[in-house]
Design a protein around this ligand. Structure first.
Ligand SMILES: Cc1ncc(COP(=O)(O)O)c(C=O)c1O
Length: 373
C-alpha cells in the first residue's frame, strides 16, 4: 500500500517570503556563512533567550563539535538517555568517549535523574540529556547533578525549539543546547543545526570548529574541526520558518488535542506529554500502545501501514539495543526505555495538518482496535 498520509509533511511558509532573498544570494555569489547566517544566529538567539547562537549544517554535526569543545579525556564515560534518537550517542562515540545508557521516566519519557545518578562512576565526564518529542527533561535536577559532579551538562535540544521549562524557553540551559532544523522538525531549514550557549568563548570556538578548526587568520588549522557550515539558502529558509514558529506550534497543539479527544478512552492507549511545569514544541504526537490494547504496537503499526497511514515506532529500538551501540552497553537493565521503545507510536502531525487527516487516522486506529461500532 502506498503512503497516503505520511507521518511528516514539512510546513513551509509561502514561497514569496523567501524568493527575494534566495534570488539575492544567487546573484551575489555569497553562498555560505553570510549575512543571512548571521541574521539567523541573532534571531535564533533572541528566540531562545540565549546570548549566542552558532549555526551548523545539522544538529548531529553541532553535537559532535559541542562535545569536542568540552575537551573530555579519551574513553571517559558520558551518560546518555537510552530512549532518544541515535545522534545523541553518535556525538559521544565520534569523540572517542563511551556512552553509558540511563533509563527514562515513565511519566514523560525524558532522562531519569535517579537512573542517571546510579549510572555515574568516577569515570563519568559529562551528562547529555534530550528533549523528547518536545518535552524538556528535568533541568533543575540535571543541572544540580552535573554541578555536584563538576561535569558539563550538554543538551540535545533537536526537538526543543519553542519548548519551555518552568516558564523559560529552551536554549539557555547547560553548557550549550543543540537544535535541529531538519525536515522532521517544527521549524525547518531543509537541513540545519543551531547551537545556543551563554559562553562567548565557546561560541567563538564553535564558529571555528564548523570551519575545519581554522585559526582566525583563516589559514592555520588550530585543531581538527569539521566542514559543517550552513549555506545561505538554508539560513534563508530557517529565518522564514522561525518567524512562523509560534503559529506552527499552536496548530500542532490543537492537532494533539484533537487526537486525544478522538482516541480518549481506548483500552490500553495512553498519551505522552509534558507535566504542568513545562510546555512542548509538539514535535511529535505519540501514543502509547500498552497492556490492555486490542493488539501490540507493532501490529497496529502494520495495520495502519496497510491502510496507507504512515506512523513511526519511535524511538525504536532503544539505543542500547541498536546494532551500533549494543556492544558498548554494560548490560544494565533499563526497563522503562525498553518498554517505551516497544509501545510508543508516533502518528502523523504537521504544522498545517487538517482536522480531516486527524479524523481519518483516528477512525482507522479505532477501527483496527475494534473500537468503532
Ligand atoms: C533527539 C534528536 N537528536 C538529534 C537529531 C539529529 O538532528 P539532525 O538530523 O539535524 O542532525 C534528531 C533528529 O531527528 C533528534 O530527534
Amino acid at each position: 500500500m502506498t503512503v497516503q498520509i505520511p507521518i511528516i509533511r514539512p510546513t513551509l511558509p509561502p514561497f514569496d517570503e523567501v524568493e527575494g532573498a534566495l534570488r539575492e544570494v544567487w546573484a551575489s555569489g555569497m553562498l555560505t556563512v553570510g549575512q543571512n547566517g548571521r541574521d539567523l544566529e541573532a534571531e535564533f538567539a533572541a528566540r531562545c533567550d540565549a546570548p549566542h547562537a552558532v549555526s551548523m549544517s545539522s544538529c548531529t554535526s553541532g553535537l559532535i563539535l559541542l562535545v569536542q569543545a568540552m575537551n573530555l579525556p579519551e574513553g571517559g564515560e558520558v551518560i546518555v538517555p537510552a530512549f532518544t534518537f541515535a545522534a545523541t550517542a553518535h556525538a559521544v562515540v565520534w569523540n572517542r568517549l563511551t556512552p553509558v545508557f540511563a533509563d527514562c521516566k515513565r511519566s514523560d519519557l525524558t532522562l531519569d535523574v535517579e537512573s542517571t545518578r546510579n549510572r555515574m562512576t568516577e569515570n563519568t565526564v559529562a551528562i547529555m540529556a534530550t528533549t523528547i518529542f518536545g518535552v524538556p527533561p528535568d533541568m533543575d535536577e540535571l543541572i544540580a547533578l552535573a554541578e555536584e559532579a563538576g561535569i558539563p551538562l550538554i543538551l540535545d535540544s533537536a526537538q526543543a525549539l519553542g519548548s519551555t521549562y518552568k516558564g523559560k524557553t529552551m536554549g539557555s540551559f547547560g553548557v550549550g543546547e543543540v537544535f535541529s532544523m531538519s525536515p522532521t522538525k517544527v521549524a525547518t531549514a531543509c537541513e540545519a543545526g543551531v547551537i545556543t550557549t551563554r559562553d562567548p568563548e565557546l561560541a567563538a570556538r564553535l564558529k571555528r570548529s564548523r570551519d575545519y578548526g581554522k585559526a582566525p587568520d583563516g589559514q592555520d588549522m588550530e585543531f581538527v574541526g569539521l566542514s559543517a557550515r550552513l549555506s545561505e539558502f538554508h539560513a534563508i529558509v530557517a529565518r522564514a520558518t522561525l518567524r512562523h514558529l509560534d503559529e506552527y506550534i499552536a496548530h500542532r497543539l490543537a492537532g494533539i488535542e484533537e487526537y486525544k479527544k478522538r482516541l480518549d478512552g481506548l483500552p490500553g492507549i495512553s498519551f505522552v506529554g509534558p507535566g504542568p511545569d513545562r510546555t512542548t514544541s509538539c514535535n511529535y504526537m505519540v501514543i502509547r500502545v500498552g497492556a490492555g490494547a486490542a493488539m501490540p504496537r507493532n501490529d497496529l503499526y502494520g495495520a495502519l501501514a496497510e491502510r496507507g497511514i504512515q506512523t513511526k515506532k519511535y524511538f525504536f529500538p532503544a539505543l542500547h539495543q541498536q546494532t551500533a551501540f549494543a556492544p558498548m552497553h554494560d548490560g544494565a537493565s533499563l526497563p522503562e526505555a525498553e518498554s517505551a521503545a516497544a509501545e510508543c507510536l508516533a502518528v502523523p502531525l504537521y504544522g498545517h495538518i487538517s482536522e480531516e487527516t486527524i479524523d481519518t487516522v483516528c477512525q482507522a486506529i479505532r477501527d483496527i482496535l475494534g473500537a468503532n461500532p
